[in-house]
Ligand binder design. Structure first.
Ligand SMILES: *[C@@H]1O[C@H](CO)[C@@H](O)[C@H](O)[C@H]1NC(C)=O
Ligand SMILES: *[C@@H]1O[C@H](CO)[C@@H](O)[C@H](O)[C@H]1NC(C)=O
Ligand SMILES: *[C@@H]1O[C@H](CO)[C@@H](O)[C@H](O)[C@H]1NC(C)=O
Ligand SMILES: *[C@@H]1O[C@H](CO)[C@@H](O)[C@H](O)[C@H]1NC(C)=O
Ligand SMILES: *[C@@H]1O[C@H](CO)[C@@H](O)[C@H](O)[C@H]1NC(C)=O
Ligand SMILES: *[C@@H]1O[C@H](CO)[C@@H](O)[C@H](O)[C@H]1NC(C)=O
Length: 860
């Protein structure tokens, strides 16, 4: 353990260096390379490239981790009137509380930018969404937020821990959405700890303890500066937005941006770009002998909060030193008296900024008024200037940036009626579900009898499950007003009902050559129905009682579970007393065949592909343990032959024949028979015969080592200490030489940081006691991290092409990858030209016959 810790410190440092080298900023004179740089175009099916050169990834591509499996994408071609930013074209909708989790490489100030636009969606009226957004530190960013126009929110948050998460919590019966998220490191110098307090006047220290929301950011006297022209991707609006109260008294001055200087210890090009300092508002020569007035700006703000006001100055008006002195006022109170820029900066055209803290008690009418006016009317040219202005809300003592004093309840009234209707529907569904549940319980009680007597037909066991599956689908759809739910209820059920002849033809009369797998229940065949659709057809053997039980378990579970990383059930056949289940066909077969021992030579999987596969499988298991039903489900037979790969090498967990719902449901039932596969079996389960999710975690740890080392979990042909992979790998890991047993075909392409993280995850899974093992969610998190580390090192050091056929080529793998991603995108576009995209992680599997059937029902 201590060894592992020692490893990770240098790895993070080197990662930071990687990023420095990597993210070259476009600006010449101001560079900042954010150690954390998460740009997510939520709900977008692909990467989005902005005009400013930044690339926003779609949520699944992004290395952030989203807790929610039940999500909906929305897309629209109409953009808000006042922006052409493509980020507003897609959104992600959350019906339940959902968390975005980000790994933080470097604690400190971070920009958090959120984009909202209630685009049109046939099932969700986004203008009615009401939700709260919080961070993991409990900071409330938005409270009961709802909007009917585009909104951009920007925060500067001091992140002190290793991860940062954003929780979207819809108001009861409502939902949440977000169009895009930026979570990017800010330079530490950006927000110093001390400022000048205005009331009472004095030095204010402790700004670091506050989280900030940027409310206004103005390039006074100049044009709007877009993220393209600011290294930190900030937007500075132009002064022509009505902030300036007496435009007649204002004279705009500007100089060449190259003429702006940055004195040591003062402002830097990161504090504000050249363009801010090179233009200013100054006092117009009003014709009067003494220009005795103030330049005044007014900005609307939320009352009840303290504000940090940053004023940017650069003396670009004076002909000589020490000729410009002026006062700065905020809300009528003196902020700086006799500001003397030449003395402060020892020169002209020197950038300078001043931070002022304005106490909430001095703010009236929700307005902040900033004024500058000459302090020395005796001077030859009395004048005052301002180059830039930022107004930042400071978090309240209870950790909020919104809501405490919010008076905006108008939208709530509107949504009230809708909420009530939804509630009524919800109650109705609840009653139906309850009935169905009771029915299925009654059925289940008679279960053993029924099967043994063999009198009941196969579907008699389907029916209750069938209905409860439907009702779960129905309730998840209850908020949509699309009206097809009731049709769905009666029609879809377990999917398609296949005719026996149809399946017999599809498998050439269940020919041996069509067998692709064998289990206790019978055989699995590959079948092809019209249109060339391939299916996996599992034909139960009615004479095997074990088979029947496994079969039944599988039906029970699969009828309830839908997930991108679980093999899905498409339909069934119950004619001629047959028990046949029909699944999606997984073109690339079991993962094991791709690692070793396959009869036909398969292309070697690259490290990245292996990471992707392990992440996929981990997601599937995580869903089983947590997301599938109210009680966790334990797979009980996690191994590389039960992880199947589809045509795009997406991993799906299969074979739920031994699965059990978690202890919560099964307390009365003590299982005496230890089941599972040797080599993967949790020793604690073996000893104590007590089954928990952590037994799956153990088995998954063995899978992880199998993926790394490309050898079986048990190999009796090897010398004794090597027979059991788990023991062998742990022994090597303890000696710190795990890389010596990694698959020689890919060993060279694995970045050492990635390897360390991956093995750390695998090692934790194999902990002796279940309580010491991580949850699948944590494993997933670590694997995502390992992937990120691998990608970071690849970018730094692209592997050179080797002509050695025994080695997987990192580069080639990348190409294949992006192609397959493109293929998926194309497929999605073809299948759905309506403006709804259902995420593959949601309840329905895209592209499966089940899905097309639902589309038929909808009448599309
Ligand atoms: C969405 O809801 C708002 C407020 O309830 C309503 O004004 C608007 O017409 C609705 N839009 C659609 C498309 O139903
Ligand atoms: C668009 O205009 C609305 C109303 O003027 C404003 O509240 C909103 O912030 C603007 N959105 C963007 C992205 O500029
Ligand atoms: C963030 O907060 C911590 C603890 O309050 C403080 O030590 C650190 O200096 C702060 N960092 C920044 C950049 O404000
Ligand atoms: C932004 O930068 C480009 C060059 O990168 C420059 O041509 C343009 O004038 C700049 N815009 C502003 C508003 O300064
Ligand atoms: C400028 O504004 C301050 C604060 O509002 C006020 O006290 C002062 O009299 C004003 N100066 C002039 C010349 O109006
Ligand atoms: C604002 O003033 C109140 C009392 O007047 C004080 O308790 C509070 O700390 C002040 N806030 C700041 C940020 O100075």
């Amino acid at each position: 353990m201590a060894g592992g810790h020692n490893f990770s410190t240098p790895s993070l440092t080197s990662l930071f260096i990687i990023f420095i080298i990597f993210f070259n900023s476009p600006s010449v004179n101001a560079r900042f390379t954010p150690p954390d740089n998460y740009l997510i175009d939520c709900g977008s099916p692909q990467t989005t490239l902005l005009d400013d050169g930044r690339t926003f990834k779609s949520d699944p591509q992004s290395v952030s981790f989203l807790s929610s499996d039940q999500t909906i994408f929305a897309t629209s071609n109409s953009l808000p009137e006042n922006t052409s930013l493509p980020l507003y074209k897609t959104a992600r909708i959350f019906e339940d509380e959902s968390v975005y989790k980000f790994l933080v490489f470097q604690p400190g100030r971070h920009f958090l930018r959120l984009y909202f636009y209630p685009l049109r969606h046939p099932d969700y009226n986004l203008t009615t969404a009401v939700f709260t957004v919080k961070t993991n530190d409990g900071l409330v960013l938005l409270h009961d937020f709802s909007t009917d126009h585009s909104q951009f929110k920007e925060y500067l948050i001091n992140v002190t821990s290793d991860d940062f998460s954003l929780t979207f919590s819809p108001l009861k019966k409502s939902f949440a959405f977000v169009n895009a998220i930026e979570f990017v490191s800010a330079p530490n110098e950006l927000v110093p700890d001390s400022a000048t307090a205005i009331s009472p006047p004095g030095v204010f220290t402790g700004v670091s303890d506050f989280d900030l929301q940027v409310v206004h950011r103005v390039n006074v006297g100049g044009p709007t500066i877009t993220p393209k022209n600011d290294t930190l991707s900030r937007t500075w609006t132009s002064d022509s937005h009505g902030y300036m109260m007496f435009p007649k008294g204002d004279k705009v001055v500007s100089i060449d941006t190259n003429a702006v200087n940055y004195p040591a210890g003062g402002a830097t090009p990161l504090i504000a770009p050249d363009q801010v300092y090179s233009s200013a508002a100054s006092m117009a020569d009003s014709g009067v002998s003494v220009p005795n007035f103030n330049l005044t700006w007014e900005m609307n703000i939320d009352p009840g909060f303290d504000y940090l006001i940053r004023l940017h100055f650069c003396d670009i008006v004076s002909a000589s030193l020490n000729s410009l002195y002026f006062n700065v006022y905020v809300n009528g109170l003196i902020g700086v008296s006799g500001l003397d820029l030449s003395t402060l900066t020892s020169g002209l055209a020197m950038a300078y900024y001043k931070d002022l803290v304005v106490n909430a008690s001095t703010i009236a009418n929700g307005v902040i008024r900033v004024q500058v006016g000459p302090s020395d009317l005796e001077s030859t040219t009395p004048n005052a200037i301002l180059n830039g202005l930022e107004v930042m809300k400071m978090s309240s003592s209870v950790g909020s940036l919104d809501g405490l004093f919010s008076s905006g309840s108008n939208s709530h009234g509107k949504s009230q009626r809708l909420t009530m209707t939804i509630e009524a529907i919800g109650v109705a569904i609840g009653v139906i579900t309850l009935l169905v549940l009771i029915l299925s319980l009654v059925r289940r009680k008679n279960k053993a009898k029924g099967w043994d007597e063999g009198g009941n037909s196969f579907t008699s066991w389907f029916l209750p499950l069938n209905a409860s599956y439907c009702s779960s689908l129905l309730s998840s759809k209850s908020k949509s007003k699309n009206g097809y739910s009731s049709v769905l209820f009666s029609k879809v059920g377990l999917g398609k009902s296949f005719g026996f002849n149809e399946l017999r033809d599809a498998t050439k009369n269940f020919d041996e050559s069509a067998v692709i797998g064998v289990g206790g229940f019978g055989k699995v065949y590959i079948g092809e129905i019209e249109e060339g659709t391939k299916l996996a057809i599992k034909r139960g053997n009615p004479r095997s009682s074990q088979g029947i039980n496994e079969f039944q378990t599988e039906i029970e579970l699969l009828s309830k579970l839908r997930h991108r990383h679980l093999v899905s059930l498409i339909g069934y056949c119950d004619e001629n007393s047959e028990m046949i289940l029909v699944y999606e066909y997984m073109a690339n077969g079991p993962l094991r065949d791709h690692l070793y021992g396959s009869k036909t030579a398969l292309p070697c999987l690259t490290w990245r592909q292996r990471l992707e596969i392990s992440i996929g499988a981990a997601r599937g298991l995580h869903y089983l343990h947590t997301g599938g039903s109210s009680h966790g489900i334990i797979h009980r037979d996690v191994k590389t032959t039960n992880i199947l790969l589809d045509e795009n090498l997406v991993a799906k967990v299969s074979d739920f024949g031994l699965s059990k719902t978690g202890p919560a449901l099964d307390q009365t039932h003590v299982s005496t028979a230890v089941k599972g596969s040797f080599g993967y079996l949790d020793p604690e389960y073996f000893r104590r015969q007590q089954l928990t999710e952590k037994s799956d975690v153990y088995s998954f740890g063995v899978v992880l080592f199998e993926i790394l080392c490309a050898r079986p979990a048990l190999d009796p042909s090897l010398p004794r200490e090597q027979v059991n992979l788990a023991e062998w790998a742990m022994q090597k890991q303890r000696k710190g030489v795990i890389e010596t047993i990694a698959d020689p075909k890919i060993k060279k392409t694995i970045s050492s940081e990635s390897l360390i993280k991956y093995v750390e995850a695998a090692e934790k899974c194999l902990a002796e006691y279940g309580v010491d093992r991580p949850s699948m969610g944590d494993v997933l998190w670590n694997l995502e991290f390992a992937m990120q580390l691998q990608d970071a090192s690849l970018q730094l050091d692209p592997p050179e092409e080797e002509d050695d056929d025994d080695t997987c080529k990192g580069k080639k793998m990348k190409m294949v990858n992006s192609e397959s991603v493109k293929k998926i995108d194309e497929k999605k576009n073809k299948e759905s030209d309506v403006s709804v995209l259902i995420n593959d992680d949601s309840g329905v599997v895209m592209g499966s016959p089940l899905f097309s059937k639902m589309e038929d029902i909808e009448g599309r």
